[in-house]
Design a protein around this ligand. Structure first.
Ligand SMILES: [Zn+2]
Length: 531
């Protein structure tokens, strides 16, 4: 797929004496004007003939997106896109993303490719306690999501700002997020042969080739995986005999240019299962459909790192470790009842080969823990570890189309899940807070402590298991040696299975939407106070 070509520009707000008068050059630079508004009455101030005529013949113009002919608009295309009210029980800033997305779809369908956006009555900070403060960012992200999800996209987007400098800053962050999302869409959308582990890893290495702020490393030697990441190697054992399906691990590292300003060290582990057949516990009866999307955790983490490369924040050091494996079946496949010793020295009894996500991430999580412990000997800056994965169907049943996170003791004390929920809310990328409980740990405790230290899974699908999305985190904590809060390291597991792709349309797969990249950026990359 050719990478999309797009540009985003901050334009001066050109409204004079209640008249909407765009300069000659702006009229020339664009071919469509989009007005996003909450209160239809605010449109009256412009005395635009076409708008008053539309309001007379279409009573629903304040609740649906319309395209009309108008002399005041570049290309004579004027798109009106309402957000509806902002104060309903379930309203949130996504209304701006959706209004901008609908308008962009309408504009593009009409033949426009140079779209100028104006948000007519921006929400004030008083509404919903500031929950709409990122309305411009979310509107732009909604627009770009439509623009760059197309093949051969080539679109110019402008947005009018009263404060040009602030507008430039907003655009810088939005474009950095969008660059990450383009990568996530690209690697997440490929067919499982086009994006088999070697190619998936290659696409990521290529994306970071010229990013000087990021150190990247590719591990392709299966013997290294066997020695260093035995649980991952077990899942990749069958694919190790099929050259084009061989496993890969990608590591990316970002260090703040000013270490004296670092407030947090963050490590993200991403699940990149490029096809999940279920392994020997094969996904029968059509359950394998869509399992080429089991790589979106790794896609989101790679996207987050690319956004970080573009923004180069000073207050964080961030590392990423991506487990890129195909869960194949076959004569070499790992099986239930095997006992495999993890990197942390825990004997793992395999219960179900379809529970491969927790397997491929655990040893990388253990390595991140080791690095954190090493660094904590020298620095007092806190370490926070994360796993990001399309891990369970249970998360989709429990929360529908939203990401969820659950934290160990130290991360709970630091309110990390609350931070994600808060950032998700203001960035239009909601996160639900889930909780680890004692039952999650007892679920995976061994029945035979002589032969194993922890059990990987039960034999039922997570959707038929009580606490099906929570207990895998307990497994990862025990098997990675993170139990008992070694060194008070915070760990948060993010299950994005419900969020990372849209609902499938008809018989097709769902569109990869690169969530939860905006929420992760909002929670950890944008310094607090600059949200
Ligand atoms: Zn699976």
């Amino acid at each position: 797929m050719t990478p999309p070509r797009y540009s985003v520009h901050a334009e001066p707000l050109s409204i004079k004496d209640s008249a909407f008068k765009l300069s000659e050059s702006t009229l020339k630079d664009y071919d469509c004007l989009v007005l996003i508004y909450t209160n239809a009455e605010t449109l009256q101030q412009f005395s635009i003939d076409a708008v008053s005529q539309l309001s007379k013949i279409n009573l629903s113009f304040s609740s649906e997106c319309s395209l009309i002919h108008s002399n005041i608009a570049p290309g004579n295309r004027l798109v009106l896109s309402p957000t509806a009210g902002l104060s309903g029980d379930t309203d949130d800033v996504r209304l701006f993303g959706e209004a901008a997305g609908a308008a962009t779809r309408k504009a593009i369908a009409s033949g426009a490719n140079k779209i100028l956006i104006h948000i007519v009555d921006p929400p004030t900070l008083q509404i919903a306690n500031g929950a709409y403060r990122n309305f411009a960012q979310v509107a732009l992200l909604g627009c770009l999501d439509v623009v760059n999800s197309r093949r051969n996209a080539n679109t110019k987007v402008g947005i009018m700002f009263k404060d040009q400098k602030k507008g430039e800053e907003i655009i810088k962050v939005v474009v950095a997020i969008e660059e990450g999302r383009i990568l996530a869409r690209k690697i997440g959308t490929g067919c499982p042969e086009e994006m088999a582990p070697p190619k998936f890893a290659e696409a990521i290495m290529e994306a970071f080739k010229n990013e000087k702020a990021i150190k990247s490393e590719l591990i392709q030697d299966y013997d290294i995986m066997l020695k260093e990441y035995p649980l991952l190697a077990a899942v990749g054992r069958s694919a190790s005999k099929v050259h084009r399906h061989n496993s890969r691990i990608v590591k990316l590292e970002y260090k703040s240019p000013d270490q004296s300003k670092v407030k947090e060290n963050l490590s993200f582990i991403g699940k990149g299962i490029t096809l999940d057949t279920g392994g020997l516990d094969i996904k029968a009866g059509g359950g394998m459909r869509g399992m080429s999307r089991d790589c979106l955790g790794a896609g989101s983490v790679a996207a987050l790192m690319l956004t970080i490369a573009k923004l180069q924040p000073e207050h964080i050091n961030v590392s990423a470790k991506l487990a890129i494996v195909r869960n194949n079946t076959g004569s070499e496949a790992y099986s239930c009842d095997e006992v495999i010793t993890s990197r942390a020295g825990k004997r793992v009894l395999v219960g179900n080969t379809d529970a491969e996500g927790r397997m491929v991430m655990t040893d990388l999580l253990c390595e991140a823990k080791e690095e954190a412990l090493e660094s904590m000997k020298k620095h007092s800056v806190p370490h926070r570890l994360f796993t990001v994965a399309t891990l369970t169907g249970h998360a989709c049943i429990a929360f529908g189309p939203y990401s969820t996170s659950l934290s160990n003791g130290p991360a709970s004390a630091d309110m990390i899940s609350h931070r994600l929920a808060k950032a998700g809310h203001v960035w239009g990328d909601p996160f639900e807070i889930s909780t680890l409980r004692r039952e999650d740990f007892s679920m995976v405790r061994p029945g035979n402590p002589e032969s194993e230290d922890v059990v990987q899974a039960n034999t039922l699908p997570t959707v038929r298991t009580a606490r099906g999305h929570q207990y895998p985190a307990a497994f990862m904590i025990i098997a990675s040696g993170l139990e008992n809060h070694q060194g008070k390291i915070g760990y948060t597991h993010c299950d994005i299975a419900g969020a990372a792709e849209d609902e499938p349309i008809k018989l097709s797969l769902g569109r990869v939407n690169a969530r939860p990249v905006p929420a992760l950026v909002g929670a950890f990359v944008i310094p607090e106070g600059c949200q």
